[in-house]
Design a protein around this ligand. Structure first.
Ligand code: AMP
Length: 400
């Protein structure tokens, strides 16, 4: 029985899952948060229930101590279920990491150096990696990068039409994110349809609080909507997605906003929140149904852009075999799925309204009609299981 501990670490918190790979069963999960604050908090969830601790948690090393105590006190026993490896989610692997990689001191240096490209994410991941390596010294640790899956994009898809010298000097190009989810969903869709991944043209919409869409040809990402950062592309919970870059210059020159204020505006105060004051699609849907124009416009802007990307990626791929929806909104909101693909019947995409409105939570469901040339699926994503799978694959292939 192979067990993998999956860690997703930020600068002041980390989440973990202990996963038994064969049955893809989560044996325990938890969260350690407010690291470095006076009152830290930890939550440990097992089949037996949830336990909570509050105490000062000085740093990530102390956080792993708290996690180990929770395993010892509430199970499952790590002696009985010893992890074979630890898998770490790392947001940015730059152009250097194109697959999951066993962490060595050199890999740590590279992750640290890539913090230039992901200042909010990579430093926290590195703190988690260092603390976890100290807590689990004798087993391999593997970094699984959000960007890695998109390293297969061709140059014409990842190159911005920016002065080459400036772009190269500052490593400005499309990297793409949510790669772990896009990979998991495209593989699950192929398995569900019992068709080889290598023969399928797929479009995957990951619509959560962050949102991105990827065109996948034969299992390889060939185009994705997030770019140099996760800000580009679709309308998101709090992020603008695509924007004329001259708007930034206008805000600087005319509205006198500082760089930090613009960063905050584009990343935290825009998207659905900026348009309608809320990012929860349940809220927006019921408001729109009750006649709220702002909520309706937010939904319309959101789905207008989904359709634009669906059309563009159908063109880039020369048609698709499968379109999948995943994450919070993709898995749960039927009217968004229907609107995203409205008008695409000419490309062989036909959504069945009854199937679309009776999707079973947690199961892969086909929502297209029987005569639809393109299979449209709802596929629950599981980034932790994907990280665990890749971790085990890389750790077991390692030459001892
Ligand atoms: P995620 O980032 O995948 O956790 O997705 C979070 C977003 O999914 C939330 O902001 C909601 O807009 C949306 N969401 C989650 N569950 C539901 C639901 N049952 N109905 C509508 N929207 C949902």
């Amino acid at each position: 029985m192979a067990v993998v501990l999956v860690v997703n670490s930020g600068s002041s918190s980390f989440k973990y899952q202990l996963i038994e790979i064969d049955g893809e069963e989560v044996l325990a999960s938890g969260l350690v948060e407010r690291i470095g604050e006076e009152r830290g908090r930890a939550e440990h969830v097992t089949a037996g229930g949830t336990t909570e601790t509050t105490a000062e948690i000085r740093d990530h090393t102390a956080g792993f101590g708290v996690m180990l105590e929770a395993f010892a006190a509430h199970g499952p026993s790590l002696e009985e279920h010893p992890p074979t490896a630890v898998g770490h989610r790392v947001v940015h692997g730059g152009a250097r990491f194109f697959e999951a990689t066993v962490i060595t001191p050199l890999v740590e240096i590279n992750i640290d150096e890539l913090a230039v490209l992901a200042p909010l994410h990579n430093p926290g991941a590195l703190q988690g990696i260092r603390a976890a390596r100290a807590a689990f010294e004798s087993i391999p640790h593997v970094a699984v990068f959000d960007t890695a899956f998109h390293q297969s994009m061709p140059p014409e898809a990842y190159t911005y039409a920016l002065d080459r010298e400036t772009a190269d000097k500052h490593r400005i190009r499309r990297y793409g994110f949510h790669g772990t989810s896009h990979k998991f969903v495209s593989e699950a869709a192929a398995a569900h349809l019992e068709r080889p991944l290598t023969g399928l043209k797929q479009i995957v919409f990951h619509l959560g609080n962050g949102a991105s869409v990827t065109a996948i040809d034969g299992g390889r990402s060939v185009e994705t909507s997030m770019g140099f950062t996760p800000l580009e592309g679709l309308v998101m919970g709090t992020r603008t997605g695509d924007l004329d870059p001259a708007i930034l210059l206008h805000l600087q020159r005319r509205a006198q906003l500082s760089t930090d204020e613009i960063d905050d505006l584009l990343n935290k105060k825009s998207g659905l929140v900026g348009l309608a004051g809320a990012n929860d699609m349940r809220d927006l849907t019921s408001r729109a149904e009750a006649g709220d124009d702002r909520a309706q416009l937010a939904i319309d802007v959101y789905t207008h852009r989904l359709r634009a990307y669906a059309g563009a990626y159908l063109a880039q791929l020369g048609g698709a075999d499968v379109v999948s929806f995943t994450a919070g909104i993709g898995e749960n909101v039927a009217h968004i799925r229907a609107s995203a693909l409205r008008g695409l019947e000419f490309a062989g995409v036909r959504v069945d309204p009854d199937r679309n409105s009776s999707v079973r939570r947690g199961a892969i469901t086909r929502i297209s009609t029987d005569d639809s040339r393109v299979a449209v699926l709802v596929v629950p994503t599981d980034e932790e299981v994907e990280i665990a799978r890749q971790t085990l694959a890389v750790a077991s292939a390692r030459v001892p």
